[in-house]
Design a protein around this ligand. Structure first.
Ligand code: ZN
Length: 496
């Protein structure tokens, strides 16, 4: 069965045929590293991690490009004179690159916690200023951009007269004029729908580069067009991102790349739907933004407990990526229990001996398992339906548990079917859905806590505060944890 994916550009499910057989080029809009990632960021990166894993599983060599926006991401739609990184750097009293490094590290840490595979290339906007300048010059030369006071704007009206502007987002130009607000730079534009390719930097602006139009900084949209073209070519297979990026970001990317490359950039556009929190849109104005660090520590008023990264990943994959997903502490608690149950069944399955033979097997049960297992690929081929994959794995769990308990005879399943079942669980749970043992997250936390206690005890001993150091040792001992000091003064711990 061929893989079908929903193409947001044509608004229909289409058979996925890559431009070069066996190779897939995929671009996903990365984070703006002017602040901490939150729950809303988890969904696109986990979604496209699964897309990456599944395309690889299907035998493709995937070049996955996910950028880092470290300059030029405008504060909000319509407000174009502020650089998020520069603004936050002043606020946090850090060098812009120091700020960028801090949040890039934090983002990488969160991705690792979520077990997301690193992209093949992770280009930064600041590392590709030359490419962006070249592209802007091309657009000016083609007659679709103009310069005013050191800033360059894309001429949307001129482009829309001969191209399908608004096709991806479903917005019409009249709509855009009404929704674009009167803010900085608006008076410079020929038309309110125009967007900035380059902004002139005011003297106090710290993030600035030389350009043919004077010192300035790039617009957000041009960054993705320039980096996608550089690493994936004029036309590539998949462009992904959250649905909120369709307009203005992706619509603008299409316009820029079409003028420069004479081709719409991506063959397939994939967009994940949004996460709501207790039924409400997530946003600063709703006071319900949950940062990933808060989610993993439980330190947020909307959370009843800490949730492990694997629980969050499982929760996200329990819904199809194009459905809205409502987050609540209760929903996550449910996912935590469900994931634990499923993983326990998987561990039981791994230990089951292969003893059955085709003659002794319960043909009906055998056939049922084969159908259920074969459906896993059908579901993934149907626009990456991870929700249905998880539902089938759940349906198989009682059979596994019954085999263990002896409610189903060990040889009731043929050896080949049991092997298929074992392999399929490993492939889908670990390789494709990218899940791992939920208990290992807790072990990491325990390691961290133990190291902290060992350090506090060491400091207390150094200060001759034996009351504290003894208290730590004795109380841990009563919890069944033994501390052992070696001759060099290092401390190790064991659980009794
Ligand atoms: Zn982008």
């Amino acid at each position: 069965m061929p893989l079908k994916i929903y193409n947001s550009y044509t608004r229909q499910k289409e058979e996925f045929v890559s431009i070069t057989p066996g190779h897939v080029g995929m671009y996903v809009c990365g984070p703006t590293v002017s602040g901490e990632s939150h729950l809303g960021h988890a969904r696109p990166y986990i979604t496209f991690d699964v897309v990456y894993r599944y395309l690889t599983y299907k035998g493709n060599k995937v070049r996955y490009v996910r950028n880092i926006t470290d300059a030029g991401h405008f504060e909000e739609e319509g407000r174009e004179a502020e650089d998020k990184v520069g603004k936050k750097a002043i606020l946090e009293k850090l060098e812009p690159m120091e700020l960028v490094q801090k949040y890039t590290n934090l983002f990488h840490w969160a991705m690792k916690e979520f077990n997301c595979i690193e992209p093949s290339i992770e280009p930064t906007a600041t590392g590709h200023i030359v490419e962006q300048l070249n592209m802007i010059e091309e657009i000016i030369k083609a007659g679709y951009a103009y310069e005013v006071n050191g800033s360059v704007y894309f001429d949307v009206k001129k482009y829309a007269a001969t191209h399908d502007y608004g096709k991806l987002s479903g917005r019409v130009i009249e709509d855009l004029l009404e929704t674009t607000r009167e803010l900085d730079g608006q008076e410079e534009k020929r038309d309110r729908a125009d967007f900035a390719l380059w902004k002139n930097a005011a003297p106090e602006h710290i993030m600035r580069w030389k350009s043919p139009w004077g010192d300035g900084f790039p617009g957000w949209h041009i960054e993705c067009s320039a980096m996608a073209t550089k690493y994936l070519g004029a036309e590539f297979d998949i462009h992904g991102g959250g649905m909120d990026l369709q307009f203005p970001h992706h619509e603008s990317e299409i316009a820029q790349s079409t003028i420069c490359n004479h081709h719409t950039p991506a063959k397939y556009w994939m967009h994940n739907n949004m996460i709501t929190i207790n039924g409400k849109k997530m946003g600063k104005s709703y006071n319900n933004v949950i940062k990933l660090t808060e989610l993993f520590s439980g330190n947020h008023p909307l959370l009843t407990q800490a949730f492990s990264p694997m629980t969050v990943r499982f929760f996200i994959l329990q819904s199809h990526y194009r459905s809205t997903l409502d987050f609540s502490s209760t929903a996550l608690e449910g996912s935590e229990k469900a994931f634990k149950r499923l993983w326990e069944a998987y561990e039981v399955l791994n230990k089951l001996p292969i003893t059955g033979n085709a003659e002794a097997a319960d043909k009906e049960l055998d056939a049922k398992i084969i159908v259920s297992v074969n459906e896993l690929q059908e579901f993934m081929d149907d626009d990456m339906n991870t929700a249905k994959v998880i539902a089938n794995l759940f349906d198989l769990a009682p059979v596994i548990n019954s085999l263990k308990d002896g409610h189903i005879a060990a040889d009731a399943i043929s050896a080949s079917t049991l092997t298929l079942l074992k392999n399929s669980f490993a492939t889908y749970l670990e390789d494709i859905l990218g899940l791992h043992n939920p208990a290992s997250d807790n072990n990491e936390k325990l390691d961290g806590i133990m190291q902290l206690l060992v350090d506090i005890r060491k400091e207390a001993k150094a200060k001759k505060d034996y009351a504290t150091s003894d208290k730590i040792r004795i109380q841990l001992g009563s919890l069944g944890i033994d501390l052992k000091d070696d001759k060099s003064g290092e401390t190790s711990w064991t659980i009794k």
